[in-house]
Each structure stands twice: as structure tokens, then as C-alpha cells.
Design a protein around this ligand. Structure first.
Ligand code: APR
Length: 247
């Protein structure tokens, strides 16, 4: 009979941890009003990945990709980080070694005060030239003509990871190292579908880390979890911050 491991067991051990990792997905921004990718009302229910989020879509129809992506930027701009984001920024202050790994491109973790953020899929407010590789911060919500052009004349691409594109290798290595050394990995608001991000909880688990899942429903990671908190991320993280005496 497996011993039950309840919330207070988690808080007792978590309070003593030296090394913590967090993996977040679109679900942590859902309560900000930003649609998730999958599930009811998800972005991929409205439009196909092949049309706007693959490298071949960008190469064959960059105007369509930029039209969709600028709408996404406007959504991020019109919404803002929620208390789940700010709770994670509070938790970061509490631990010597705290790494926040995100699949999200909305920049909300940084805006909420998180500092050690690993962006596996890039950041919506950066662009890169498809020809010369120049990378720069880009807050534009519109352009006179699409696709926007680099000074070198090359076509600009949002500096986010499209399907079929490699992840920024330095970020992935940082994420794997954090997963391998953490005593706890909080896995928050991700459907556990997209690789290689989805392998990070397995990596933490195999290295002896405890997985704590925060989601509205079970996912492919649930079998690894010592504890699953099936509730909105804002509520679960407020409870953790309060139990840690950080509120
Ligand atoms: N609190 C906690 N979890 C939530 C909430 C909430 N308020 N709302 C939704 N969720 C959960 C859903 O149950 C689901 O498991 O968040 C998850 C969202 O899943 P996805 O939309 O698939 O988002 P994500 O896992 O981040 O997608 C990974 O896929 O399309 C690509 O690059 C894109 O980074 C994205 C990647």
C-alpha cells in the first residue's frame, strides 16, 4: 500500500529544499485571459498549427504567419500576469537554487518579477532575421508591410520556436541541468504533449526529484507526481505561498 503524501507533507519537505525547478505551460496564463493551445477554446481549435506555426508555413506564407503572430502579441499586451506568476516570483526569493523553465512566450514571468527564467520556446517580444541572424527586441504590434524586413533586406521571423525548429540549445541545456539537480519540480499548466519540454519532469523524476503537478485535470505527467493539485494555478500557488509563510 503506497503511503499517501499530502499537501502538508509536501510543504514540510519543500520548505527544506535547496534546489527547486518549475516547468510552466500555457495553463498558467489562462487566468490572465490568454487562451491555451489545447482543450476547450484552445488556439489550435481555431486555427491549424500547419497554417501558422511551422517553419514551412513561415517559408511559404510569412504574411499569414505574421498576421496571426501580431494578433497573439496584441493578446499578450491586452492581458497581464496573474497571481500565479507573482507567486512564483515570491517562491524564487525563498530558495538558493530556483529555476523557472517556461514553454510560454508571453514574457509574463519576467513581468511578474521572476529573474532566473529559461525560455524553451523563445519570447514573443523578440524578432530574428531569417537571412543574417540578427536578433533584437521588437515590441511592434503592426508593420506598414509584411513580412517586416531587417536592415540587411532579409525577412524577419518572430524569435519563437516554430514546430520543426530546434530549441535554443543553451536554454534546453540549462533546463536539463536544473531538472537533474532539483529536489522538487513543480509542473504547472502544461498538457505534457510537446517534446522536448515534456521530458523534463521524467528527467527530474529519474534523478530523484519529486514531481508536484498543478493542473485542472490529469496529464501524462500525473503518474510521476508525488502530489497532484487539480485546481486553478492561481489557487494552488496562493496556497503554497501562504503555507510557506511568504504572503
Ligand atoms: N490552471 C492550471 N492549469 C490549467 C489552467 C489553469 N487555470 N487552465 C488550463 N490548464 C491546463 C490544461 O488542463 C492543459 O493541461 O493547462 C494545460 C494547457 O495545455 P496546452 O494548451 O497544450 O499548453 P502547453 O502544454 O503549454 O503547450 C505546449 O505547445 O503549441 C505548442 O509551443 C506551444 O508552448 C506550447 C506547447
Amino acid at each position: 500500500m503506497t503511503m499517501s503524501y499530502d499537501f502538508m507533507d509536501f510543504i514540510r519537505e519543500f520548505s527544506q529544499a535547496k534546489s527547486v525547478a518549475v516547468l510552466t505551460g500555457a495553463g498558467i496564463s489562462a487566468e490572465s485571459g490568454v487562451p491555451t493551445f489545447r482543450g476547450k477554446g484552445g488556439i489550435w481549435e481555431e486555427i491549424s498549427i500547419e497554417e501558422v506555426a511551422t517553419i514551412s508555413a513561415f517559408e511559404t506564407n510569412p504574411v499569414r504567419v505574421w498576421e496571426w503572430f501580431l494578433d497573439l502579441r496584441k493578446t499578450f499586451k491586452n492581458c497581464s500576469p496573474n497571481s500565479a506568476h507573482t507567486s512564483l516570483a515570491k517562491l524564487e526569493e525563498r530558495f538558493d537554487d530556483f529555476t523557472l523553465i517556461t514553454q510560454n512566450i508571453d514574457n509574463y514571468h519576467q513581468e511578474a518579477g521572476s529573474r532566473n527564467v529559461v525560455e524553451l520556446h523563445g519570447n514573443a517580444w523578440w524578432s530574428r532575421c531569417w537571412s543574417c541572424g540578427a536578433r533584437f527586441e521588437d515590441k511592434a504590434l503592426g508593420f506598414d508591410s509584411l513580412p517586416p524586413r531587417c536592415d540587411c533586406g532579409g525577412r524577419l521571423k518572430p524569435d519563437v520556436v516554430f514546430f520543426g525548429e530546434a530549441l535554443p540549445i543553451g536554454e534546453l541545456e540549462r533546463a536539463i541541468q536544473a531538472a537533474q539537480r532539483c529536489e522538487f519540480m513543480l509542473v504547472i499548466g502544461t498538457s505534457a504533449i510537446v517534446a522536448p519540454a515534456t521530458s523534463l519532469p521524467y528527467c527530474a523524476y529519474q534523478s530523484g526529484g519529486k514531481i508536484i503537478e498543478v493542473n485542472l485535470e490529469p496529464t501524462g505527467h500525473s503518474s510521476l507526481a508525488s502530489l497532484s493539485l487539480f485546481e486553478p494555478a492561481t489557487k494552488a500557488l496562493e496556497r503554497i505561498v501562504e503555507a510557506m509563510g511568504l504572503d
